[in-house]
Write a protein that binds this ligand. Structure first.
Ligand code: HEM
Length: 400
C-alpha cells in the first residue's frame, strides 16, 4: 500500500487523492508504518464511531506523552478531559459542562458575534491581506475568550498556549517531536498558572461567565473536581479555536477556488445554510478521530484485534461516492449533506451550534459587505497540524 502513504507534507497540502486511493484499495486496513488501522469509507467510519467498543479513553497515550521531562510537574488528570474519556465518566462530565454551555447562552451570542465580525471587517487592510489573520483567527478566539470570561488583554497569550498544546496533543499519526512537546510543556504550565488565578477569582467573585458556571456546575450532587475544571477549560480552548478558524479559512478557500459557486452564493444568500454544510463536508476542520479497540471487533468484515489503535478519517468519509455523488465537487445543490465533520454519537461536538453560528455570521457579512473577494497571487500556506488541518495564511483581495 506504499502508493497511499499517510505521512508526509504532501498529505497536508491535499490528502483527498490519498484517501480516495485508500478507500478503493481497502477501506479498513492496518498501516504498519503508523502502527494503526485507517478507516476511510463513510459506512466504516459511521459504524466505528457508533460502536462503544471503540474506546475514546486516551489516558494511556496522555501518560506516554507526559513522560517527556517538561511535563514532570503536571497532574495528568488536568489534561485528561472528557473528549478523552468513556462513559460513565464522560457522561457525568459532559452533563455538567452542558449545564454551562446551554443553547440559550449560545443563541444569545449572535448579536455579539455580529458586532465582532463587523469590527473585524471594518479593520480589513486595503488592497490585499491575509484573511486568516484578519478574521478567521481572531473571531473564534475572541468568542471563546469572552464566553469563558477572560480579559481581552489576555487573549493573545491564551491563543498562543492553546495552539502550542493542540499541536502536540491533537496533531498527527505520529508521536510529536521534542520541539512540539517542549513548547506544549511550557504552554501548559503557563496556562494552568494563569487559570489558577482566574478560577480563584471566580470563587471569590462569581460573574456571569462560563468560568464561573464551570466552577459552580453541579448535577446530582456531583461537581467538577479541581482537575476536571482545568481539563474542561483546556478542551474548550483547544476545541473552540483552530477548528472554527479552519471552518472559516478552509470554507472561504473552497469558495474562492470555485468562483461560479461563490457567484451563486453572492447572488442568492439564502443558499448560505447549504454552503456552510458543504464547506464542512468538502474540507473538514478536523480530519480524523482516534479510538482504541476494546476487545476483538469486526468492522465491515475485517477483524480489528483488541488494543489496536484506529483512525477514523472524517475527511475521507465525507468524500465517499457511495454517499455523496460527485464527492470531489464543491456544490450548493446537495439535498441533504450528511457529512460527519462534527463526529458521531456520544462524543458529537459540543460546540457545533456555536461553530455553525460563527460561520453563518462571517459568510453572511462577507456577502453583504464585500462585492468581491478573490484569491491574491500568493499561494495559501497550511499549518503543520494534520488533524486540525487548516490554513496559516490565505491572501485575498477584497472590494467593498
Ligand atoms: C467547525 C468547528 C468544529 C468542528 C469541525 C468540531 C469537530 C469536533 C469533532 C469531530 C468532535 C468529536 C471528537 C470525538 O469524537 O472524539 C468534537 C468534539 C468536541 N467539540 Fe468540536 N468542533 C468544532 C467546534 C467546536 C467549538 C467552537 C467548541 C467549543 C467551544 C467545540 C467543543 C467540542 C468539545 C467540548 C468536544 C468533546 C465532546 C465530547 O467528547 O463529548 N467544538 N468536535
Amino acid at each position: 500500500m506504499a502508493e497511499a502513504k499517510l505521512i508526509g507534507p504532501e498529505l497536508i497540502a491535499d490528502p483527498y487523492p490519498t484517501y480516495s486511493r485508500l478507500r478503493r484499495l481497502n477501506p479498513v486496513f492496518r498501516d504498519p508504518e503508523i502502527g494503526a488501522w485507517i478507516v476511510t469509507s463513510y459506512d466504516g467510519v459511521l459504524a466505528g464511531l457508533r460502536d462503544s467498543r471503540f474506546s475514546s479513553d486516551r489516558f494511556a497515550q496522555t501518560l506516554q506523552l507526559l513522560k517527556f521531562p517538561g511535563f514532570a510537574h503536571l497532574a495528568p488528570a488536568r489534561v485528561h478531559s472528557f473528549i478523552d474519556r468513556d462513559p460513565p465518566d464522560h457522561t457525568r462530565l459532559r452533563g455538567l459542562v452542558n449545564k454551562a454551555f446551554t443553547p440559550n447562552r449560545i443563541a444569545a451570542l449572535e448579536a455579539r458575534i455580529q458586532t465582532l465580525v463587523d469590527q473585524l471587517i471594518e479593520a480589513f487592510p486595503r488592497d490585499h491581506f491575509d484573511m486568516i489573520a484578519a478574521l478567521a483567527e481572531p473571531l473564534p478566539l475572541i468568542v471563546i475568550a469572552e464566553l469563558l470570561g477572560v480579559p481581552a488583554t489576555d487573549r493573545e497569550k491564551i491563543k498562543h498556549w492553546s495552539d502550542a498544546i493542540a499541536n502536540a496533543f491533537s496533531g498527527s499519526f505520529a508521536i510529536p517531536d521534542v520541539a512540539l512537546l517542549s513548547r506544549a510543556a511550557v504552554a501548559l504550565t503557563e496556562l494552568f498558572d494563569y487559570l489558577a488565578i482566574q478560577i480563584e477569582q471566580r470563587r471569590r467573585d462569581p460573574r456571569d461567565d462560563l468560568l464561573t458556571a464551570l466552577v459552580r456546575a453541579e448535577e446530582n450532587q456531583s461537581r467538577l473536581s479541581e482537575d476536571e475544571i482545568y481539563s474542561t477549560i483546556l478542551i474548550l480552548l483547544i476545541a473552540g479555536n483552530e477548528t472554527t478558524t479552519n471552518l472559516i479559512g478552509n470554507g472561504l478557500y473552497a469558495l474562492l477556488r470555485h468562483p461560479e459557486v461563490q457567484q451563486d452564493l453572492w447572488t442568492n444568500p439564502s443558499l448560505l445554510p447549504q454552503a456552510i454544510e458543504e464547506m464542512l463536508r468538502y474540507d473538514p476542520p478536523v480530519q480524523m478521530i482516534t479510538r482504541t479497540a476494546r476487545g476483538d471487533i469486526e468492522l465491515m468484515g475485517t477483524l480489528i484485534p483488541d488494543g489496536e489503535k484506529v483512525f477514523f478519517i472524517l475527511g475521507a468519509a465525507n468524500r465517499d461516492a457511495a454517499h455523496f455523488p460527485e464527492p470531489d465537487a464543491f456544490l450548493l445543490t446537495r439535498d441533504q449533506c450528511k457529512h460527519i465533520s462534527f463526529g458521531v454519537g456520544t462524543h458529537y461536538c459540543l460546540g457545533a451550534t456555536l461553530a455553525r453560528l460563527q460561520g453563518t455570521v462571517v459568510f453572511r457579512s462577507l456577502i453583504q459587505r464585500c462585492s468581491q473577494v478573490q484569491l491574491a497571487d500568493e499561494p495559501p500556506v497550511y499549518r503543520e497540524n494534520f488533524n486540525l488541518r487548516g490554513l496559516k495564511s490565505l491572501k485575498v483581495t477584497v472590494q467593498a
